[in-house]
Ligand binder design. Structure first.
Ligand SMILES: C[S@@+](CC[C@H](N)C(=O)[O-])C[C@H]1O[C@@H](n2cnc3c(N)ncnc32)[C@H](O)[C@@H]1O
Length: 290
């Protein structure tokens, strides 16, 4: 791989292609519940309304709305929003009414406050809790995109509000895998129809851009002509880098976990779960933090 890394078009394709088939996404991750329990605890602790960045098909947002929280879901992909709307249609009216969906980009957003209707200057909506569950930030590949997103979150966070996110812990072993080789994964079972799928993955890691491209091939065991290939481009964040990014963009890390049960971070943990708040000005002259 060149030091230039993947082109922007390739990165965009490898983000969007993953979410065009919203039905498949929804089926694949329907049983992923451990992170949902954690985000429900966060909402119970900090209250709503909750702003979810990259709301997808509503795995987390629906659980929060069922708990009684108002949720605003921001999402770029129309198929994901359509699937979420279909799911919402099956919910009781009081749950439906708690969810507002906005099609837009998490890299730069501005949500007007509900009461700001006719006022000359648009007030911005403030949230006690902004969340980015399930690797959403790993789709922001450049520093400028991350900075814009963090500036937007800052603008929308209530004074004592928190920004809660999770991204994968970099899996260093996977970075050195032969990019020409397809690695067999455990056979998958589609939870909706019980069909079995043989799966293989190719890993390409660009050490300079820190983007890992994972190309997965799925072949149905009973009908091997049914094959689909799904790319996924994930920007990797090392823990200290994530802390620096947050720090120099006005946040401080309040809690940092290696899983959703609040275990410690270590080299083999899968996830980095971060609870960040707005960094308080130290007062007086600006000091350099060591
Ligand atoms: C792994 S899914 C997570 C969805 C949901 N938060 C969940 O936990 O199931 C990532 C989501 O982020 C969305 N996304 C990625 N980049 C985005 C961007 N720049 N603006 C808005 N949404 C984006 C994707 O379309 C996708 O729905």
């Amino acid at each position: 791989m060149s030091t230039e890394g993947h082109s922007r078009d390739a990165l965009r394709w490898a983000t969007d292609a993953h979410y065009e088939d919203a039905e498949r996404y929804d089926r694949t991750y329907r049983l992923r519940r451990h992170d949902v329990a954690f985000y429900r605890e966060m909402a119970a602790e900090h209250g709503g309304p909750v702003l979810e960045l990259g709301v997808g098909t509503g795995r987390v947002a629906l659980a929060l709305a069922r708990d009684g929280h108002d949720v605003v879901g921001l999402e770029r992909m129309a198929p994901m929003l359509a699937k979420l709307r279909a799911r919402l249609a099956k919910e009781p009216a009081e749950v439906r009414e708690r969810v507002r969906l906005v099609r837009g980009d998490i890299r730069r957003f501005s949500m007007p406050a509900a009461s700001a209707g006719g006022t000359a200057r648009k007030a911005i909506a403030r949230f006690p809790l902004v969340i980015a569950p399930f690797n959403v930030l790993m789709h922001l590949y450049r520093r400028e995109e991350l900075e814009q997103m963090l500036a937007s979150v800052r603008a929308h966070l209530a004074p004592r509000g928190v920004f809660v996110l999770d991204v994968r812990m970099p899996d260093i072993r996977s970075f050195t895998r032969d990019p020409e080789r397809a690695f067999k994964c455990p056979r998958l079972k589609d939870p909706t129809d019980g069909s079995l799928w043989d799966t293989a993955e190719i890993f390409q890691y660009d050490a300079v851009t820190q983007v890992q491209m994972i190309t997965s091939t799925f072949r149905e065991v009973a009908e091997p002509h049914r094959v689909y290939v799904k790319p996924l481009a994930h920007r990797q964040f090392f823990p200290q880098e994530l802390e620096l990014l947050l720090h120099y963009n006005g946040f401080s890390i309040r809690e940092r976990w290696g899983d959703f049960e609040r275990g410690p971070q270590h080299v083999d943990c899968e996830t980095q779960v971060i609870v960040a708040g707005l960094r308080r000005a130290t007062g007086g002259r600006r000091r350099t933090t060591r």
